[in-house]
Design a protein around this ligand. Structure first.
Ligand code: ATR
Length: 282
């Protein structure tokens, strides 16, 4: 029986077992997907030993994503660009790693927005400059957006993202936000603001284009104050759960040999867990 894992510290809040468990059951596969909680000092040994423990691969989450990149034999271009690995697998006895957050972010927009969303958007505003912002910015750069404005509380962190695509990415302090909104066809929140237990993101969508798409990485709650404001204004609102579901697809395909689909049934399954308040916001 094939076994995969999600390794992190802490890991109890991870919804990945729910996603992969759903796909294993719906495809009638015998595999398993297990949570592993490991402190950073134990991660390098795990990276060497997991094949001997019967695992074919797995997901890597905080705080091990950078160490995973450093410890594998082959990293994908995207993993190297982001400096982080979230998906591991074995191939010909070698350890491979990818970062599927870019795929997850783009596939979710592709599924929920008009087919030409990237061309129509032209410019985007990305709020935040952490790890999630890197994936979003890299994805938007791949899709050829002419201008990607990274708006962040700490300007130096925003500036560090310009290296991802120097011709396309611009760094701004939060004060510039209102002036940038009329230009942007896509607005993405990658900060933790709006998450349950956190203050709401302070933003007034009044200056936005009528065709603007508003997306949030946060999915606890599913409807953040940002998305509620977008919907109230008649803008297309894209919640953060879809990115989580889509980023899981490539790993499952590698480990279990079947490319799964992100269906309404899967969404309902994970939503039921979110609504039951099981685990912590993730
Ligand atoms: P992740 O890796 O999940 O993206 P992170 O690296 O902790 O998370 O990044 C969190 C982002 O939210 C950062 O851009 C952070 O801004 P700073 O770079 O200035 O720290 C942003 N953020 C968090 N709390 C914030 C707050 N109260 N106001 C404004 N921005 C905030």
């Amino acid at each position: 029986m094939r076994k995969a894992f999600v390794v992190g510290h802490p890991i109890a809040h991870s919804r990945s077992p729910l996603i992969h468990g759903y796909w294993l059951a719906s495809h009638g596969l015998e595999g398993r997907y297990e949570r592993i909680d490991l402190p950073p000092q134990n991660f390098p040994a795990f990276l060497r030993d997991f094949p001997d423990q019967g695992y074919v691969g797995g997901n890597v989450t905080i705080p091990h994503k950078e160490a995973a990149l450093a410890g594998i034999d082959h990293a994908s271009d995207r993993a190297r660009r982001l400096g982080a690995v979230n998906t591991l697998w074995l191939e010909d006895g070698k350890l491979y790693g990818d970062n599927t957050d870019i795929t997850g972010f783009l596939a979710n927009l592709d599924a929920l927005c008009p087919a030409d969303w990237a061309e129509r958007a032209g410019a985007a505003v990305v709020l935040g400059a952490g790890g999630a912002a890197r994936a979003v910015v890299a994805g938007l750069a791949e899709r050829g957006l002419g201008c990607i404005h990274v708006v962040n509380r700490s300007l130096d962190k925003a500036a560090s993202l310009t290296a991802l695509a120097p011709d396309q990415v611009r760094a701004h302090p939060l004060d510039n936000l209102a002036a940038l909104l009329p230009e942007a066809g896509l607005i993405v929140n990658t900060t933790s603001l709006g998450m349950a237990g956190q203050p709401a993101l302070k933003i007034d969508l009044a200056p936005c284009r009528a065709d603007a798409i508003v997306s949030d990485i946060v999915y606890t709650p599913l409807e953040t104050p940002l998305l509620a404001q977008a919907r109230a204004r008649g803008l297309l609102a894209v919640d953060g759960l879809g990115m989580l579901l889509h980023q899981a697809v490539p790993g499952f395909a590698r480990w279990f040999g079947v490319t799964p689909e992100v269906t309404q049934g899967l969404r309902d399954h994970v939503c039921a867990d979110l609504l039951a308040g099981k685990g912590k916001p993730a």
